[in-house]
Design a protein around this ligand. Structure first.
Ligand code: HEC
Ligand code: HEC
Length: 263
């Protein structure tokens, strides 16, 4: 009941002029990761590697990193240790290729699987793909380096970013709400049992207590679509890739916290 009252009052808020191009909607000085809205207990789970339940996934990712494919080298054979040249790689994703295709880290990993390991792509949301994404994210945690900041600011010059931004301000679902209603205009307020964050992607893939496991950013985004009673776009669909591009730009320069822990 309470939830509906808030949702109805949210729906009355006009988006007004917030849909200007290249306008972040939240001042840089107010930018906060979802972690800032969590309980101290959850924060400890996230920051203590020995306690973070996502460690089961990243350790599995580390094993896969060193495991050769049937007729091809292991990731490590071409790339060395993940903590070496791959450090920081996750912070430069998603990227948009010269031909305009939005590629997130999962898609890049699968490109190496098929192109360089002559092996089938890992299914989206499979344990292997989550494990590898978690492992590379872990190797990239922390403040964004200059190259990553620059890559994020360049995203706004792409058609993918423009489509993502349009989606972000588009009312959807039976509740007729846009992402911006919750995450730009009402962050810090309570909705149901949760405090609305600014909806940044920096902790994904993340271990969610509700999932009892690690899930991708696309899984989290699909939950937001379902939350407003809209049809969720498919995993790895262009719609979610475009949103991911816009969200990555919008969150910069927050540090990468993945793999995070969430309720
Ligand atoms: C035979 C060598 C080879 C193997 C094996 C290989 N890669 Fe790659 N990888 C490359 C090359 C070459 C690139 C440059 C871009 C491309 O071709 O996609 C690359 C690019 C990447 C990038 C992007 C780097 C960046 O700076 O943007 C990631 C991430 C990556 N590989 C992960 C993996 C993972 C995970 C595996 C194992 C599942 C793997 N690679 C296996 C050769 C390889
Ligand atoms: C009715 C309100 C509502 C709408 C509309 C909504 N979300 Fe969410 N979203 C939530 C809630 C609640 C959570 C979980 C708590 C939090 O982080 O805000 C969440 C979480 C998130 C997160 C994860 C943040 C984190 O740190 O874990 C992202 C990213 C996100 N939303 C993006 C979106 C996008 C993109 C849209 C539009 C397609 C959207 N949301 C629409 C309510 C909403």
């Amino acid at each position: 009941m309470k939830r509906w009252v808030l949702v109805c009052s949210l729906a009355l808020v006009s988006l007004g002029a917030s849909a200007q191009p290249a306008h972040r909607g939240i001042a840089l000085t107010d930018l906060k990761s979802g972690t800032a809205f969590m309980s101290a207990d959850l924060r400890t789970l996230q920051t203590d590697d020995g306690l973070n339940p996502a460690s089961l996934w990243w350790l599995q990712g580390e094993r896969l990193w060193h495991q050769p494919a049937p007729d091809a080298p292991a990731c490590a054979n071409c790339h060395g240790e993940a903590s070496g040249r791959m450090a920081g790689v996750a912070a430069r994703y998603p990227r948009v290729t010269q031909s305009g295709v939005a590629l997130n880290l999962e898609a890049q990993i699968n490109q190496c699987r098929t192109r360089h390991q002559k092996s089938p792509a890992w299914a989206y949301e499979s344990e292997a793909l989550l494990a590898m994404t978690a492992w590379l994210a872990k190797a990239s945690r922390g403040e964004l380096q200059e190259d990553a900041r620059e890559a994020k600011s360049q995203l706004s010059h792409t058609a993918s970013w423009q489509r993502g931004q349009a989606q972000y301000y588009q009312r959807i679902g039976q509740m007729n709400l846009a992402c911006a209603h919750c995450h730009e205009q009402n962050w810090g307020r309570r909705l149901g049992g949760e405090t609305l964050s600014q909806g940044h992607p920096v902790a994904y893939p993340a271990y969610r207590l509700e999932w009892q496991g690690v899930g991708s950013l696309h899984r989290r985004l699909r939950a937001c679509f379902s939350g407003v009673r809209a049809e969720p776009p498919a995993f790895a669909s262009q719609a979610l890739m475009d949103l991911e591009v816009f969200l990555a730009w919008r969150a910069s320069p927050l540090p990468l916290e993945a793999p995070g822990v969430r309720r």
